[in-house]
Write a protein that binds this ligand. Sequence first.
Ligand SMILES: NC(=O)c1ccc[n+]([C@@H]2O[C@H](COP(=O)([O-])OP(=O)(O)OC[C@H]3O[C@@H](n4cnc5c(N)ncnc54)[C@H](OP(=O)(O)O)[C@@H]3O)[C@@H](O)[C@H]2O)c1
Length: 331
Amino acid sequence: MTHTANKNRYSRDIYNRSGNSGLLLPQVSLGLWHNFGHVDDFETGRETVLTAFDHGIIHFDLANNYGPPPGSAEENFGKILKNDLHPYRDELIISTKAGYRMWDGPYGEWGSRKYLLASLDQSLHRMGLEYVDIFYSHRFDPDTPLEETMTALADAVRQGKALYVGISNYDPDSTRRAAGILEALGTPCVIHQARYSMLDRWVEKGLLDTLDENGIGCIAFSPLAQGLLTNKYLKEIPENSRAANPYGFLQRSAITPGLVKTLNKLNALAARRGQSLAQMALAWVLKDPRITSVLIGARNKEQLLDSFKCIGNTDFSIEELNIIDDLLAEY
Ligand SMILES: NC(=O)c1ccc[n+]([C@@H]2O[C@H](COP(=O)([O-])OP(=O)(O)OC[C@H]3O[C@@H](n4cnc5c(N)ncnc54)[C@H](OP(=O)(O)O)[C@@H]3O)[C@@H](O)[C@H]2O)c1
């Protein structure tokens, strides 16, 4: 039986325009990098996706290699689409990417035309889709001409396999060049997916200005720094956490005493604002009008709902911003 979606899911206008495009994204989007692979509990992931949709979170972000094993997040999401969300396809914004290693040999990663277009076909097959809404080049390839990578993205649109194109993890200069090529090809770059959180502010050093100048939106990934900017690590490393998990990229060694001290001070400030640390960390990213959406991960629907509550309290006083800057400088 297909899912009967909450009738009130669009009762709040939580959508931002991505740059100058027609693409509208919820302020909070859900990514399936972790927690949705074959190593994870399928029902928990399914519940998280359906809860998101019932709250107006219509954007789901994937990549060819999400799992583990690689590809399994797309397979599981395809199952949810087929069984539950199929009638709602036209309401959904589904993205995927290619750039990191997915299969053996010289064409299993980076930015060649052969890799990108073959990978997109594989992603469509795994998800049971005719097209994705956004197809990204997942990382800049220093050895393939940028024209080749961008033409492959534009051709994905021409072939009807993607509606919009974006780039991820490109520095400001490569972003400017990519945007120029895509513009000339008639398939503008509508979005850049970049890591951005209180603990990683590299986009403030040029990228956000470049995006603004070129009319490109920004979707901020790992806005909770993979869970560090939540109440998880305030005392210890809990067993049911990404840092304790053998599959992920977040290492126990990242959780230093200095960081824990800063997190506790940020948590106290969040409490004064009537927010959880996660909600304040997301609100802090969303306060910048150049940010279209925060792209969160969630282990379960409870985390998703907690994070979602950041919407509606994204204003910060100058005093609060100064306190946050000082705390982050200390760490
Ligand atoms: N383009 C790229 O190169 C790239 C790279 C990385 C990610 N991404 C995208 O960005 C998405 C999000 O990345 P991310 O998973 O690192 O994001 P994140 O939101 O920074 O971290 C998610 C993790 O934070 C914890 N968490 C979330 N909400 C919580 C809450 N309310 N309370 C307590 N803990 C909470 C959970 O950790 P526990 O599991 O420990 O409970 C969850 O798995 C990915 O799924 C992917 O779509 C893109």
